[in-house]
Design a protein around this ligand. Structure first.
Ligand code: MRU
Length: 351
């Protein structure tokens, strides 16, 4: 399995996603500030991977702390959590992971410092393992929704590279193929950062999964030609009413799917569901640098001085979402009820 990120004795090792698909190279972070930087720079990206990276970054920062009392360690810990929380605003998994590490710290504060540090490392590694198990469970549920044969379109990268492993949307596709379904993946290139053409195509090719890359503006035409039988994407945040924030362009794909009568599925772990967010209108949308739009592979593509927008995500209204696939089962409308029911369930997920 692709190792997106991993705790090692030397530090946290990340597969550098900014260099893919041509160069496979790794970055090892030895401080929490470096981890925050690789999240911001998208060396590691994708909501669940951001969550696990932040948890490991917090454990790393706490482990490096020179505090001699638990109170001082707590001060350092709070500062580390603040820095992590300022990296990327849309993926709710980041805040979910920070909260989980904070809750863990509370249960540990009567212990000696070395034990606290060790337990935080173990908690972050547990989150890594749990994410893979959740994706495999999501895959099993979602595979039942995939056609026996045909084309499946995905947008951005919601694969092994966006998670601790296996993937959410691509996990569903992997599981369907493992069950003997015959799928061909259409990967939107996903301007401006090209997660589809660079990352989705890279990891699917590595697994020998039949894949065609299309530029984003080809999706409608492919649907009209009958080449797409289902769509499956990931999510950065799912509001309580089922509105879905995901990579910019997802909304356009959902509208096209509706027009062509194609099912539009979202695969996301329960950690991506934000029951405190009533609907998608309140989800903070990250604005990224204009250079991601103005330049491709370092070459300027627009005239000097032109205005540019670069919202990294959009919100797809729940009415366009056929079903939301989680590790605990499949949610259908009305999402207020189905998501709440799944989120409040506490069944452990096994591999
Ligand atoms: O900006 P990115 O690359 O972090 O955006 C990633 C996505 O939009 C993914 O679809 C989402 O995080 C789900 S990943 C399983």
């Amino acid at each position: 399995m692709i190792q997106t990120l991993e705790w090692t004795d030397q530090g946290i090792r990340f597969l550098d996603q900014t260099k893919l698909p041509t160069v496979e190279t790794y970055v090892t972070c030895t401080t929490y500030q470096q981890v925050a930087e690789v999240i911001r720079n998208m060396v590691v990206r994708g909501a669940p991977a951001i969550g696990v990276a932040a948890a490991m970054g917090i454990a790393l920062g706490a482990n490096n702390s020179r505090a001699e009392t638990v109170a001082d360690l707590k001060q350092d810990f709070d500062q580390i959590c603040r820095v992590m929380g300022e990296t990327r605003p849309t993926a709710v998994n980041l805040f979910w992971a920070i909260r989980r590490m904070q809750e863990k710290f509370v249960t540990l504060c009567i212990r000696p410092i070395p034990q606290i540090k060790q337990a935080l490392i173990e908690e972050s590694r547990r989150m890594h393992a749990e994410d893979i198990a959740a994706n495999q469970a999501m895959g099993r549920h979602g595979a039942t929704l995939m056609p026996a044969t045909g084309g499946v379109l995905t947008h951005c990268n919601a694969g092994a590279l966006a998670t601790a492993g296996y993937g959410t949307a691509l996990g569903v596709i992997r599981a369907a193929l493992e069950q003997g379904k015959r799928l061909h993946v259409y990967a939107d290139e996903t301007r401006p950062f090209l997660q589809g053409s660079r990352l989705t195509a890279w990891e699917l090719m590595k697994d020998g999964i039949p894949t065609t890359v299309i530029s984003d503006n080809m999706a409608g035409s492919m649907m009209r030609q009958g080449k797409i039988n289902a769509i499956v994407v990931g999510a950065d945040r799912v509001a309580a009413n089922g509105d879905v924030a995901n990579k910019i362009g997802t909304y356009t794909v959902a509208i096209l799917a509706k027009e062509h009568g194609i099912p539009f599925y979202v695969a996301a772990p329960i950690s991506t569901v934000d029951l405190d967010m009533h609907d998608g209108s309140g989800i903070p949308i990250e604005q990224r640098s204009r250079k991601e739009v103005t330049h491709i592979a370092g070459r300027q593509m627009v005239p000097d001085g032109v205005e540019v927008e670069n919202p990294a995500f959009d919100v797809t209204p729940a009415r366009l979402v056929t079903a939301i696939i989680t590790e605990r089962g499949i949610a259908k409308a009305p999402y207020e009820e189905s998501l709440k029911r799944l989120a409040e369930e506490h069944t452990p997920v096994s591999r």
